[in-house]
Ligand binder design. Structure first.
Ligand code: ATP
Length: 475
């Protein structure tokens, strides 16, 4: 417990239950005031100062949900959690969406309540620390309206336990947003475990996520803790969640619902306390319609959604980010600071950025390498920009660009340079052709990897593997 002599307001119309909870909390050093309806609770809130509030959802005058909304709007520093009857999951989820910190199911016991309040009070303390350091400003560069709103939303979401679903194109900062939710929450000192569901081969997925016990299969020479268990006390970030194989979706649903996992080969279920944040750049609703993603899992993961805007819609944030990366890179590389010329700034503002912030960062990094003075010109940027970024103007002419590229690649495929084959060896030569095909296809699909995988008639997973192999995955 991080607050001395905390006082909580308990709102429930069951008199016996209130007395029982009051006695239980007294034993663990928490003073508990009681209100039996919403009117009474509002009255008490004006008269006394509380460290937390816990409300039932079914109350005689108004609903507990109405009280959650009232507290979140009028007492922004007061964390509120809800008590829900067993099986009332949908209302409990609505309470989380309305700003409740967490919910616990009845019947309640003192240990569960104590854990809940420990988290609530720790969160209150951490929020103050986080506000002082403005970690969200350091991690999330951008002053556009959309970014300011995003920062507010992330701060609000971080205070709750609700699962968060982040959507946005590749490179828009989904992982940064997930990390920020973690750092602004009471879980910040526990691990943040990020898993890219598209990067783990399907046959290894279960053992990676759930772990295994020694002897459960050939090669299991010792116990291995899975990634979910490694996130105990912290946050589990599942990136590219749409890529999770069906059999794993069932197992994940169970882990999210029960907060328990069973390692491969074990008879015992292990309780794990994790907050789940998932992300995808794909149209997940379409995946559900196509039968590729379970609706019930989506329902559990998608309690609060966050949408990250593409960089091209963020106006002058483009320059703020470019300057931020320029300063950072020069500092990291221990070189003299460099500046962007006016023409470089104008050029940057006109680009389309299929790869979003990641693409901008790479562009600046390569331009720093190429520039020979303290100035970065548009020429330094263009040299690398043409590879995959189409300017807004070029975008309209993209088909003709594509067909000329297509002709080039055809030419290079048709003429095999035998001297080169003998010089490099067959393996290296074939790899260079494979890389060319990947880049051409990605250019054609504006670096949309899902479309590129379709065009190449391969799975997304397999494309990602190849991109990684050739250093085209950029992270
Ligand atoms: N607002 C921001 N301010 C500063 N850097 C950012 C911001 N958003 C993203 N970045 C940087 O951009 C790069 C891409 O971000 P991130 O990996 O979070 O994107 P993503 O949406 O998760 O991408 P993917 O869908 O490919 O996994 C990282 O280097 C990250 O540090």
């Amino acid at each position: 417990m991080t607050i001395n002599n905390p006082t909580v307001l308990l709102v429930d119309d069951e008199i016996d239950l209130c007395t029982l909870i009051q006695m239980g909390l007294k034993r663990v050093g928490i003073h508990c005031d009681i209100a039996h309806n919403v009117t009474d609770a509002k009255e008490k809130l004006t008269q006394y100062s509380y460290d937390a509030c816990l409300t039932d959802l079914n109350l005689p005058d108004e609903t507990g949900l109405a009280l959650v909304k009232y507290v979140t709007e009028n007492y922004t520093d007061l964390p509120i959690a809800v008590l829900s009857a067993y099986g009332n999951m949908e209302i409990a989820i609505s309470a989380l969406k309305a700003g409740a910190f967490d919910f616990i199911s009845k019947p309640v016991n003192t240990d569960t309540l104590k854990n809940l309040f420990d988290k609530l009070f720790a969160d209150k303390k951490n929020t103050t620390i986080a506000n002082l350091s403005h970690i969200e400003d350091q991690l999330l560069i951008g002053q556009s309206d959309v970014m300011n709103k995003l920062r507010q939303a992330l701060k609000k979401v971080a205070k709750t336990q609700a699962p968060v679903f982040i959507m946005g194109e590749s490179g828009t900062g989904k992982e940064v947003a997930a990390k920020l939710i973690h750092l602004l929450s009471h879980r910040k000192d526990a691990p943040f475990i990020a898993i890219n569901c598209g990067a783990i081969p399907s046959d290894l997925m279960e053992s990676e996520l759930f772990g295994y016990v020694k002897g459960s299969f050939t090669g299991a020479t010792q116990n291995k803790i899975g990634l979910i268990q490694s996130a105990d006390g912290g946050t589990l970030f599942l990136d590219e969640i749409a890529e999770l194989p069906m059999n794993m979706q069932v197992k994940l649903l169970r882990a999210v619902q029960e907060k328990r996992i069973r390692p491969i080969g074990s008879d015992v279920e292990i309780p794990v306390d994790f907050r789940i944040v998932s992300a995808t750049h794909q149209n997940i609703e379409k995946r559900i319609q196509e039968g590729e993603f379970r609706q019930d899992l989506f329902f559990r993961l998608h309690v609060i959604d966050i949408q990250l805007p593409p960089l091209r819609d963020r106006g002058s944030d483009i320059l703020l980010l470019a300057i931020h990366f320029l300063e950072k890179i020069c500092a990291e590389w221990h070189i003299e600071p460099k500046e962007l010329t006016l023409s470089a700034k104008e050029w940057l503002m006109k680009q389309y950025y299929v790869g979003n912030i990641r693409e901008l960062r790479n562009m600046i990094e390569r331009a720093v390498t190429l520039s020979e003075s303290h100035l970065i010109s548009d020429a330094n940027l263009k040299t690398i920009g043409h590879l995959k970024s189409f300017s807004q103007e070029n975008l309209n002419q993209a088909p003709s660009l594509q067909s000329s590229n297509a002709t080039q690649i055809q030419a290079s495929q048709n003429s095999i340079d035998m001297q080169q084959v003998w010089q490099d060896g067959l393996e290296t030569y074939l790899e260079s052709i494979e890389k060319k095909i990947l880049v051409e296809t990605l250019n054609k699909t504006y670096w949309n990897r899902t479309q590129a995988a379709k065009k190449l008639n391969m799975s997304f997973r397999s494309l990602r593997y190849r991109l990684k192999k050739f250093g085209l995955d950029e992270d």
